[in-house]
Write a protein that binds this ligand. Sequence first.
Ligand code: SER
Length: 344
Amino acid sequence: MMLLRKMCRTSHAINIYRTYSVNGGKQAPPKILITGGLGQLGVECAKYLRGKYGRENVILSDIIKPMPDVVKDGPYIFADILDFKGLQKIVVNHRVDWLIHFSALLSAIGEQNVPLAVRVNIEGMHNVIELAKQYKLRIFVPSTIGAFGPDSPRNPTPNITVQRPRTIYGVSKVHAELIGEYYFYKFGLDFRCLRFPGVISSDPPGGGTTDYAIAIFHDLIRKGNYECYLKPDTRLPMMHVRDALRALSEFLETPNELLNRRVYNVTSMSFTPEELSDKIAKYVPDLKITYRPDSRQDIADSWPQVFDDSEARRDWNWKPEVNLDNLVALMMKEVKEKIAANGL
Ligand code: SER
């Protein structure tokens, strides 16, 4: 596997990956379009999937002009999820099979601009789901712990329970889950959705409530201190990006017959800011953390503390690999590298 991944970075990648193996058989790799490609998950997701299916088979898209290293990695195109005709053109011209729909405003940023969140998260979803139906695409849409609310059981939060979120982000994600399921039952659309916990990666944070667990690494490595906007004992479910992308990829490859649901909880661990900083202290001994809770505390207090992903484990063998110790070790290394490379 390692060898194949390395080979993928060479110019022979296209030939090597013309076929790939599913359950021992050979079939052509899917052509994949990723929307919202310059958000937290897009670039890493494209790298991961290009390693599996070939460089040219994974097209990253967004409305933002990309940095040169993004374009160097593989195909990148303009795609506006609010422009239905434009999306049709891309699906036809690039012969897209799978759509990974990442475009969304996250929880904290969504509260600052509700009309924009409605457009991007809800109208955008209407466009891509209809597109997927018309062209018979397999479509993946991430949901979130934010799809739950104060009436939901928080420890643990099962796959099926009361949701009723109180952020526009959460409301839009419940909408995405429900409309996706509806299209599956009504039209047979191959809709797949994972509810992710806070995803932790070395890229700088992007307007989420769980993003303190990213910002803390950046600030502690650069300055040795961090002001946290959540209270020290705020427990939230979390996952390193490596586990998130593996979950996404394994879930996308699972045969339909094994799926009892279209929407699954997945998680790796749960921790508080205090527990996280205790672990980081092994690497940054003189760190200083202060706590100044703001409106994001109310959001966190309405979310799951421990996420029950037993259905994903049962149906498609989901199993997290990165625990808290590994996550801290990985992040210390990856954030340092990022700061050195980009001065972020
Ligand atoms: N990371 C997201 C947020 O905090 C949760 O899905 O908004």
